[in-house]
Design a protein around this ligand. Structure first.
Ligand SMILES: [Zn+2]
Length: 230
């Protein structure tokens, strides 16, 4: 609050936020009239709102979860807490997704490069060629018959090599638009089916699939030799 006017021992205070109608009158520093109808959140509330936004921003940087989902999930977490006037107010003061989405997307783009627009623009190197635990993940990056990327880990290949049946299938719906299909190799590990190799393919050409299959078999035989030296 700041002093608006003074008359003898009486003071007339107004909120220090511009255009806020909240006022307090005091007599010898004792409040005589309090009109606390602030048109903005309190500083304390603002700190808590900032705290929630900060949490959303960190998640945008640390995870690949869709940004609208992160926003929703953080709001739900607030609603899941004990519901009282305090939490109610906090939720009311969180900016709408529309008004904070730019900040959130900026945060994500600090660490994640913009999506490539052509297959030639795709660069898979450094941490992008590794799993989250730092294992090599990019198995093949080939451009002989169009760009083709194959991802798997050494451990996945061991499992593939150990399996007596390998299931292969192409899917078109979840495939990034720059590729024609996502072709996966599945096998059972301890009785549960797992996807073990992911291939982004430029076409539906049988040859591509065969090439990958042969190449993978080649890798499997190498892995088998390492795994089971007889
Ligand atoms: Zn105010």
């Amino acid at each position: 609050m700041k002093i608006k006017s003074r008359r003898g021992d009486r003071c007339y205070w107004k909120c220090s936020t511009r255009n806020c109608p909240a006022t307090v009158n005091t007599h010898n520093n004792i409040p005589t009239k309090v009109d606390a109808n602030h048109n903005h959140p309190s500083d304390r509330m603002q700190l808590r709102v900032d705290d929630v936004l900060q949490r959303m921003k960190s998640r945008c940087k640390d995870e690949l979860t869709a940004i609208p989902t992160i926003y929703e999930e953080e709001l739900v977490k607030l609603r899941d807490r004990e519901w009282n006037d305090d939490t109610h107010q906090l939720v009311e003061h969180i900016p709408t997704f529309y008004s904070c989405k730019d900040q959130l997307y900026n945060e994500r783009h600090k660490l994640i490069p913009a999506l490539p627009t052509t297959v030639e623009d795709i660069t898979v190197d450094g941490e992008w060629a590794q799993t989250t635990t730092g294992q090599p993940f990019l198995l093949a990056d080939d451009n002989t018959n169009g760009r083709m990327l194959v991802f798997s880990t050494q451990e996945n290949l061991y499992h593939l090599a150990a399996a007596d049946t390998i299931y292969c299938d192409g899917t078109f719906y979840v495939c990034p638009t720059l590729f024609y299909q996502l072709y996966t190799f599945h096998a059972k590990v301890d009785g549960t089916m797992f996807p073990l190799v992911y291939c982004f393919l430029p076409g539906k050409d049988q040859q591509i699939i065969t090439w990958i299959y042969l190449d993978s078999l080649d890798l499997i035989s190498i892995v088998l030799l390492q795994h089971n030296p007889t």
